[in-house]
Design a protein around this ligand. Structure first.
Ligand code: 8YV
Length: 327
């Protein structure tokens, strides 16, 4: 029997590789910092039977058509907006993601951004670290407190629920949310109130985005949306950068339409060095570290590996996102 080959697009915690190798699979990991081009990915997958895709490397129609021999693609991410799922499904290639295991870590980063922006912590820290801090002014660059304020959540799913729990526990924040479908179970557990998107914009003191990127949510936070928010509001996005319109966000912050913003995701990613957001004291930008903890990344690698093992054994991937292939 020939050994099956798994191509992994970026290094992952050893546990993931170990699971694959123990099952007798040959694992090839793309080394180095550079992101693979589509042509390089096609070339790398010519000899592979399974693909473990780390990060948001696009899985395009042309890649899938050139790689229709793949027995399964496991994503090391919960989001799958970078995958042409329709083509994967039509070619019968199962695709899996990594839900649940990263919810707590990602909500931690949303919470961190909310708190850091509310106290301008990163900006102040940057001054100190750059040797520019000259002592404080009693009324300069003051923060705002979160206690008892209203947290609005767009997308009260797994990650949104974790964020709401933390905000409620730490600051007794009132939770309002907007979803495509109401989540009555979470409403009860969190004493959360379902509101329209317009109400979410108007009532939130902090508005945290936890929805996926789709045609419906692309640039949902644009000029019009920011204009409807409170001038004291903080906008937090740990989901996908393209859900907000970057130039409109910069304008809204500069013109005082909203108070601050915390971003773990940008569009493009990495953010360009000339972005006006990087000069603002009321903005904090992180390099997409939502799931970047030892515990979470290990769990993600393990989950992705187990999904590939299922595909290799002709079983349904436990975290499959295109179960339609079996219909
Ligand atoms: C990861 C993510 O940083 O899960 C997602 O959708 O965006 C993040 O957890 C990234 O995809 C790591 O592979």
């Amino acid at each position: 029997m020939t050994t099956k080959k798994v191509f992994v697009t970026k290094d992952i915690p050893a546990k993931g590789i170990q699971l694959l190798e123990e099952a007798g699979l040959e694992v090839v990991v793309h080394q180095g910092d550079s992101t693979l081009t589509e042509a390089e990915l096609i070339e790398a997958c010519k000899e592979a039977d399974l693909l473990l895709n780390v990060g948001q490397l696009p899985i395009t129609k042309s890649f899938l058509e050139a790689s229709s021999h793949l027995q399964g693609i496991a994503l090391a991410s919960v989001g799958f907006d970078h995958v042409d799922l329709e083509t994967a499904t039509s070619l019968g290639i199962p695709v899996s993601n990594t839900p649940d295991v990263l919810s707590g870590a990602t909500a931690d980063v949303a919470f961190l951004l909310m708190l850091a922006v509310s106290r301008k912590a990163f900006f102040r820290s940057k001054e100190v670290m750059d040797g520019k801090w000259k002592g404080f002014g009693f009324t300069e660059e003051l923060g705002i407190e979160l206690n008892g304020k209203t947290l609005g959540i767009l997308g009260l799913g797994r990650i949104g629920i974790e964020m709401a729990k933390k905000a409620k526990g730490a600051y007794n924040m009132d939770i309002i949310y907007h979803n495509r479908n109401r989540n009555t179970e979470a409403e009860e557990a969190l004493d959360a109130k379902y509101v329209s998107f317009e109400e979410l914009l108007a009532q939130s003191d902090v508005l945290s985005v936890h929805t996926n990127l789709s045609d419906e949510t692309r640039h949902k936070f644009n000029k019009d949306a920011f204009a409807k928010m409170k001038s004291s509001a903080i906008f937090v996005n740990t989901a996908r950068g393209a859900i907000h319109h970057e130039a409109d966000l910069a304008d809204a912050l500069r013109d005082g339409q909203i108070w601050g913003a915390g971003l773990d995701v940008t569009d493009p990613e990495p953010m360009t060095a000339d972005s006006p957001l990087l000069q603002m004291s009321n903005v904090c930008v992180l390099p997409h570290i939502g799931s970047a903890t030892i515990e979470t990344r290990t769990a993600m690698a393990e989950m992705a590996a187990k999904n590939l093992l299922a595909a290799w054994n002709n079983k349904q991937m436990p975290q499959i996102v295109n179960a339609d292939i079996y219909k």
